[in-house]
Write a protein that binds this ligand. Structure first.
Ligand code: HEM
Length: 521
């Protein structure tokens, strides 16, 4: 997704974010209101210092500087307290390992994500999408977040483990992953380990999910050792353990890699899909183009696969634009392993450096009118932002997401499968914000599913009434035209996604003068 970046900038703006509170610095503001806070911070410079308690950290806000960080993984390594706090759960797998072990680990995992393997898996992705949707009924209120999580758990577990897990265990796995991801964020940002040992209901839920996930993974590995070899990711890890393929692997590492891939693979794609279905009803023109494309490309009575995938160009644009507006991975950290220079600032060894795809994706210098949901940005010939390297939902460099192509294929096929049959409508007055935690996305999104085949030709789909904006986007808040709501539906105050389809509308100011000094690279 990222393009190569010419080194054009030589003068950088550097600043300290205002609003530092005694003892906590910006910590509480970041925790309470992270997206508006990060967006406002980025208006002060290309590199902005913030304080997390007593700790100093630098938010890198210009795409060129972010690429410098990502391309030099030896200097800007994974490390520091945030990664230490992830290790009890993820061990020393591909996400958490330091640079010195990364190359070997990546060589081990990467072949499983080869394009040909993803193409082989495309039909499974389409089949699983059909089967999750098979339970939906016209007019019904559906738990979209839960369904997307179920779908991505099934697809990821089949890709990694073939058919090792029965349906009940896959459902259990989904619940464990959801509970762990929920608890993970607070554990990585709040540096008070004893707090998480208290016997509170939330801590007990986390512990139960933690133990169960590890037990499921252990039993899958044990059974596979006793059974016949399979040609999947677990199979290739066990091959490596036996000394084939050149990369030495231990049983512990196999365990860590499976936990890592399940945790990273399931949640992010589900969040992307949830955000997409929440955005779509607010943008009738995008929805109309999506429907026209899937009607043309998908065949009746057959789940889509690789062949359809290559033709779903607009659908892919809708997925990409969702990843721009709501990147599930919204904030990441690195730690410097030696004294180094960034934007003219001397950073000592051990400095915390942050980058946020959300901040980059909402910079008007990279994306004109960044709060507008506009899949057309990603149609062939339009992708100027790819060339300037500002679109980074999967990061870049050696630590770039190993599952990027897999996730794009899975999400595109899922959206097409849903859009072929269903039009999802918001519950009247329902509020479900995409919330930033370990990932960014809606965690409890419920919608009404209308069957598309029941909409007579020429009749507009039901949607909020009001005057469309220049993209045909509808204001939120008015009830849909034709929706059957089952008894017992609760209504909450509006508004989930405002008229322009974005949640945080904190327009990036021009880099402010006066709060900064200028550094030379
Ligand atoms: C829409 C879905 C996804 C998004 C937005 C996403 C995003 C990302 C990002 C931004 C990173 C880099 C993090 C950093 O810089 O610290 C990353 C790394 C990673 N992702 Fe994903 N990801 C997605 C899906 C997946 C899937 C489906 C898998 C596997 C099944 C996966 C496995 C990983 C792994 C193992 C890493 C660590 C790679 C390394 O350090 O070598 N991700 N992902």
């Amino acid at each position: 997704m990222s393009g190569s970046l010419p080194e054009t900038r030589r003068v950088w703006t550097v600043a300290t974010a205002p609003g530092i509170f005694p003892f906590v610095g910006h910590g509480i503001t970041l925790f309470r209101n992270p997206l508006p806070f990060l967006n406002s911070v980025s208006s002060y410079g290309d590199l902005v210092e913030i304080r997390l308690g007593p700790q100093r950290a630098w938010l890198v806000c210009h795409p060129e500087l972010v690429h410098r960080v990502l391309m030099d993984a030896r200097t800007f390594d994974k490390g520091g307290p945030q990664y230490d706090r992830l290790r009890p759960l993820m061990g020393n797998g591909l996400v958490t390992c330091a640079h010195e072990d990364h190359r070997r680990q990546r060589k081990l995992i990467q072949p499983a994500f080869h394009a040909a393997r993803i193409a082989d898996c495309a039909r499974v992705m389409g089949e699983e999408a059909e089967s999750v949707l098979g339970a939906w009924r016209p007019g019904e209120r559906v738990d979209v977040s839960g369904a997307m999580l179920a779908l991505t758990t099934r697809v990821t577990s089949r890709f990694l483990l073939s058919d090792a897990l029965d349906a009940a265990t896959v459902a259990e796995l989904r619940d464990c992953l959801a509970a762990l991801v929920r608890g993970l964020f607070v554990r990585t940002v709040v540096p008070l380990a004893p707090l998480f040992r208290l016997p509170t209901p939330a801590n007990r839920r986390y512990r139960r999910a933690f133990d169960r996930l590890h037990a499921i993974v252990d039993s899958v590995i044990d059974e596979r050792r006793r059974g016949r070899p399979r040609d999947d990711l677990l199979g290739s890890l066990l091959e490596a353990e036996r000394g084939h393929g050149g990369a030495a692997v231990t049983g512990r590492e196999i365990h860590d890699q499976l936990i890592t891939l399940l945790l990273t693979g399931v949640e992010s794609t589900a969040m992307c899909l949830g955000s997409l279905f929440a955005l779509l009803p607010r943008h009738p023109e995008a929805e109309r183009r999506l429907h026209a494309e899937v009607d043309e490309v998908l065949a009746e009575g057959r789940p889509p696969g690789q062949e359809e995938l290559t033709r779903l160009v607009y659908t892919r644009g809708v997925v990409t634009e969702t990843l721009r507006v709501y990147p599930p991975g919204w904030l990441f950290t690195r730690t410097t392993t030696k004294e180094t220079d960034l934007a003219g600032v001397r950073l000592p060894r051990g400095t915390t450096v942050l980058y946020s795809p959300y901040v980059l994706h909402h910079d008007p210098a990279s994306f004109p009118d960044p709060d507008r949901f506009l899949p057309e940005r990603w149609l062939p010939g339009q992708s100027a932002a790819v060339r300037n390297g500002a679109l980074l939902p999967f990061a870049a460099g050696s630590r770039k997401c190993v599952g990027d192509a897999f996730a794009m294929a899975e999400a595109t096929l899922a959206v097409a499968t849903v859009a072929r049959r269903w039009r999802l409508r918001p519950l009247p007055g329902h509020v479900e914000q995409p919330r930033p935690a370990a990932t960014l996305g809606p965690r409890a999104l419920e919608m009404i599913c209308e069957s598309r085949s029941q909409t007579p030709p020429g009749k507009p789909p039901s949607q909020a009434s009001g005057t469309p904006d220049k993209d045909g986007a509808q204001p939120f808040g008015s009830p849909p035209e034709v929706v059957r709501i089952p008894p017992g539906t609760t209504t909450r105050s509006p508004q989930e996604f405002p008229a322009n389809g974005t949640v945080t509308s904190s327009p990036r100011n021009r880099r402010r003068e006066g709060d900064k000094h200028v550094g030379g690279a």
